[in-house]
Design a binder for this molecule. Structure first.
Ligand code: PEP
Ligand code: MN
Length: 278
């Protein structure tokens, strides 16, 4: 009797590459049984706004605060971020609440500065194939989260990660943040296939970003559920104290008041897979 296709599929899953946890601090790693929340505003706008986000993240037991200080904006007339002041604010409020910081390095010349303030360096979708930037973070002993280019294949994404590891840094996480498809009703299309396949093909923890993948606050929770069901090891989610007045990505940001419900919803999904959500 010939092997049924679904049996071959299960065999492939069994021979998948094991996820290699990325140590962030001496007592915290990403890629273990706990699925990790990285939450906060799209952009650091002010001390008060970022502190409110940090307080809310800490209150639900979150470990990682996100926020952009150097912003890659489609229009040069949009808010470009507070730069170094934004990094100082992030570090200050994260330290106050015992959180870790993830923030983007937009350019090679920012790498030392961002590395000084951040616990995890984010490389953005538009920079996925910016090889000098990949080499620059590859020289560091610092965790890096590489977002998938919104027009990049999975193969290109994994090869971009190899540019980082080729310089010696293996503390790599990948982030699926939605790809551009023919669909225009949503900002991007969350590639849940890509999450599952990347987990099979490489040892890096996979993070999902349901905020940029959907571009709509009302779709963030459903997309996040799907990402966790596909095997994501973490979620990067935009939350803002006042989404209607956010300086970037307000339409896809959840209000901070939704954080407890968000975490409760995610725990229902991770429980099915015998994982925790923190
Ligand atoms: C972000 O995380 O705020 C961001 C700019 O993401 P991306 O690079 O995926 O567009
Ligand atoms: Mn954003």
């Amino acid at each position: 009797m010939s092997t049924l296709p679904y049996i071959q599929t299960f065999a492939a899953v069994e021979t998948a590459v094991a996820t290699q946890p990325v140590p962030i601090t001496s007592d915290f790693a990403i890629g273990r049984n706990d699925v990790v929340l990285m939450a906060g505003p799209c952009s650091v706008e002010s001390y008060a706004q970022t502190r409110a986000a940090a307080e809310a993240v800490a209150r639900v037991g979150g470990r990682v605060l996100r926020g952009g200080a150097f912003k890659p904006r489609t229009s040069p007339n949009s808010f470009q971020g507070l730069g170094q002041r934004g990094l100082e604010i992030l570090r200050d409020v994260a330290d106050e609440f015992g959180l870790l910081v993830i923030t983007e390095a937009l350019a090679v010349e920012h790498v030392p500065l961002v590395a000084h303030y951040a616990d995890i360096i984010q490389l953005g979708s538009r920079n996925m194939q910016h090889y000098p930037l990949l080499w620059a973070v590859g020289e560091l002993d610092k965790p890096v989260m590489l977002k998938r280019g919104f027009m990049s294949t999975i193969d290109e994404w994994l090869k971009a990660a190899e540019h980082i590891s080729s310089r010696g840094n293996n503390k790599i996480m990948l982030c699926e943040r939605g790809i551009r498809t023919f669909e225009t009703a949503t900002r991007n299309t969350l590639d849940t296939n890509g999450i599952a396949l990347a987990k099979q093909l490489c040892p890096y923890p996979i993070i999902a970003d349901p905020s940029h993948a959907t571009g709509r606050a009302d779709l963030v929770i459903p997309a996040a559920r799907a990402a966790l069901a596909a095997g994501a090891d973490g979620l990067l989610v935009e939350f803002h104290p006042d989404p209607a007045n956010a300086l970037s990505d307000g339409q896809q940001s959840l209000p901070l008041g939704v954080l407890p419900q968000f975490v409760a919803e995610m725990r229902k999904i991770t429980a099915v897979f015998n994982r925790n959500f923190t």
